[in-house]
Design a binder for this molecule. Structure first.
Ligand code: AMP
Length: 409
């Protein structure tokens, strides 16, 4: 399949040529015709599969004909994203692919001045990318008018649900015209996602290029057992001995991300941290410095990093094992892209063993344990889960306690 077979308008195929894209990715091949056919679509695709272009390209193609009765504050396509970074990134894609079209677009999100955003919306835009909270603020200030919306997109819908945006999404959906096309993108078809999708568009075409437990086959996974107190030291050792040019490192908490950044800088390894407590400007700058190779290590929390497009990461490091197994898949989605080999390395301490087991169950594979000389843990990380005791009489302490309690009562 070639882009020319997809019936996208000419200015768009020209912009794709400029980007050097040779052919559509699998998600694009399936989603683009469905959108151009005016269907509602729900699609499961992770970051890195080309899913942004899968909805941006047909939307631009459909909006190529300017509307004559175009009025102030109005929009034609509304794209909701969970995070500010993702909103800015999707807007950038809209800009890239619409360079030969006269399409107006902007992005609005929290952490930036609302006044400037109001001004940009005054004359109306064709495509608005927004985070839900800021969009509702702007709506309440009468800075946007939803009357002419033709297309409504939820990007990373499952993350928006995880982040508690369900009420905002429903509120926004209720303000939109009934006659609209709904496009819903999610990393996984979780139950809460399905419920929302059914409410929004019960006849949506379902497209999936991934399954819940799937992780890129060209990714090599392994873990280093290590005592918790020595993780930073081990990370520094790996950075210094393994010739990584850059690495994306995940921590569980914002505080942990800041602490690790400081520890790296102390030994003159350039590092930046991104998480929810940093200002928007700060996060953008850090991301930019990393993308342009001015810093070696980007330390991120899960929420800050979801959906961010960082090209060709050779390795992703889990400094902490994620508490939700699915987050492992999201994290490592940033390595091994487009056929490149990637590494997913997890530093695991004994107390994280159960979380590691959950990930192994989801992946359907065991992560190889590789001990690093000089860092062998004092608190041993088991190779596999202990068998559950068969003979309850000798092992079921809870049962014994309960029996005693009932006898007393
Ligand atoms: P996404 O999954 O939307 O985050 O996209 C991941 C990356 O793939 C982005 O950097 C896009 O520029 C790139 N991309 C999207 N479509 C194509 C394509 N058909 N061929 C090559 N790269 C693409």
């Amino acid at each position: 399949m070639k882009f020319n077979d997809l019936n996208l308008s000419d200015p768009i195929t020209r912009s794709l040529k400029d980007q050097g894209y040779e052919k559509p990715t699998p998600i694009q091949t399936e989603v683009i015709p469905a959108i151009l056919n005016k269907s509602d679509v729900m699609a499961a695709a992770q970051t890195g599969t080309g899913k942004t272009a899968a909805f941006v390209l047909p939307i631009l193609s459909m909006l190529s004909n300017p509307k004559n009765n175009y009025k102030g504050h109005q929009l034609r396509a509304l794209i909701l994203t969970p995070t500010r970074e993702l909103a800015a990134q999707v807007r950038e894609s809209v800009n890239t692919y619409s360079k030969y079209l006269s399409i107006r677009s902007t992005a609005v999100y929290g952490g930036a001045r609302i006044h400037n955003q109001r001004l940009k919306l005054r004359k109306g835009v064709d495509v608005l990318v927004a985070t839900p909270g800021r969009l509702l603020d702007l709506y309440n200030q009468k800075a946007v008018n939803f009357k002419n919306i033709e297309l409504f997109v939820l990007d990373e819908a499952d993350q928006m649900l995880d982040m508690g945006f369900i009420h905002d999404i429903k509120k926004i959906a209720n303000l939109l015209p009934d006659r609209r096309q709904n496009l819903m993108f999610t990393a996984t078809f979780s139950n809460p996602f399905r419920k929302l999708a059914k409410e929004m568009a019960d006849k949506a075409i379902e497209i999936s290029v991934t399954t819940d437990g799937e992780a890129g086959e060209n990714i090599e996974h392994y873990c280093h057992p290590v005592d918790k107190s020595r993780k930073a030291e081990l990370l520094i050792e790996l950075i210094e001995t393994q010739n990584w040019d850059q690495a994306l490192v995940f921590t569980r908490t914002k505080h942990g991300a800041d602490r690790l950044q400081k520890q790296l800088e102390k030994v003159e390894i350039s590092a930046k941290a991104i998480h929810g407590n940093k200002t928007q400007n700060n996060r953008m700058k850090a991301l930019d410095a990393f993308k342009n190779n001015r810093v070696k290590i980007l330390v991120a929390t899960d929420v800050a990093a979801r959906g961010i497009d960082i090209k060709k990461m050779s390795q992703v490091i889990n400094f902490d094992v994620p508490t939700v197994a699915k987050d492992y898949i999201h994290r490592i989605g940033r390595t091994g892209r487009g056929g490149d080999k990637g590494k997913a390395i997890t530093l695991v301490s004994a107390d994280e063993f159960r979380l590691l087991s959950d990930i192994e169950k989801l992946l359907g594979q065991k992560l190889e344990r590789v001990e690093i000389e000089g860092f062998e843990p004092e608190h041993v990380v088991p190779a596999k889960e202990k068998q559950k005791p068969k003979n309850k009489k000798f092992h079921n302490r809870g049962g014994f306690k309960n029996r005693r309690r009932s006898r007393k009562g």
